[in-house]
Design a binder for this molecule. Structure first.
Ligand SMILES: Cc1cc2nc3c(=O)[nH]c(=O)nc-3n(C[C@H](O)[C@H](O)[C@H](O)COP(=O)(O)O)c2cc1C
Length: 245
């Protein structure tokens, strides 16, 4: 599948809807904050013009449904999947969309590395707190309205990525979304993706620095099932990435 990755404050329904006509099969809304801790962290993160972290957790389910409606109204014939990326600090926080029937996938954000978010215990901090990650996975495994995805970042200090993946796979998680960031290098860590795809049966979505069809093919060659893009979508056109010219 071709996937649009989360960009908080950018990937709302209005921004995303055009990609339904650009060969995109999965759209990620959010990431959204789900509790006071992640919301406060968002306020702190927003200081350096990162206003995308400011989403209020109140009425999140209604807000998400409105965004989905915008997309479906724009292109009623689109049969793709709606994924929603959530930041939270405790299992209960991830209950907010439990009764929402408009989304296909709930994506646990174990990825954001902004200092305030990590200090609050959300995002990438979940990779270093496997007890909490397990409790969250225990909670969301009981949700029946959608499939589950976990978004992780590769090459995080003191984190054994393959071990974390083993833990995630021991729950009812269908999709593993991997930002294969390669610190200090301008392209994705294809080696780690190779290792991940040969060690898991989850559907792997590869991510990081895909900006053209060549990058897309290179990432596909690692064995990932799907490829996602974020920053390359900012100019509103991803057809050159997912389509052969
Ligand atoms: C402005 C911006 C906001 C982002 N917000 C989120 C987010 O809320 N949740 C998340 O999991 N990733 C978020 N990301 C990360 C992207 O989804 C993606 O993993 C990262 O940018 C690498 O992919 P790319 O090279 O295709 O941009 C954000 C990225 C950008 C540029």
């Amino acid at each position: 599948m071709n996937v649009l990755s989360a960009m908080a404050g950018i990937t709302d329904g209005e921004f995303c809807k055009k990609f339904t006509k650009q060969n995109v099969d999965m759209i990620t809304l959010g990431g959204y904050n789900t509790d006071m801790e992640s919301f406060k962290a968002g306020l702190e993160n927003s200081v350096d013009n990162r206003r995308e972290f400011l989403t209020c957790p109140h009425h999140l389910s209604v807000e998400v449904s409105e965004q989905v409606e915008l997309i479906k109204e724009y292109n009623p014939s689109w049969n793709g999947l709606i994924n929603v990326n959530l930041r939270g600090t405790k299992p209960d926080s991830f209950k907010l969309l439990k009764d929402n029937k408009d989304i296909d996938i709930l994506e646990i954000n174990a990825h954001c590395r902004q200092t305030a978010t990590v200090n609050a215990g959300a995002g990438q901090a979940l990779l270093q707190n496997t007890d909490l990650l397990s409790e969250i996975l225990e909670e969301v495994s009981q949700h029946s309205n959608y499939d589950l995805c976990v978004k992780i970042r590769a090459n995080v200090d003191n984190v054994d990525t393959l071990k974390i993946i083993e833990l995630i796979e021991s729950y009812n998680v269908k999709y593993l979304h991997v930002d294969a960031t390669n610190p200090g290098v301008m392209e994705a860590d294809y080696d780690i993706l190779n290792k991940i795809t040969s060690s898991t049966n989850m559907h792997v979505i590869g991510n990081n620095s895909v900006t053209c069809h060549e990058d897309y093919l290179k990432m596909k060659n690692t064995g990932v099932d799907s490829v996602s893009v974020a920053r390359a979508a900012m100019d509103g056109d991803v057809t050159h990435i997912f389509n052969e010219n």
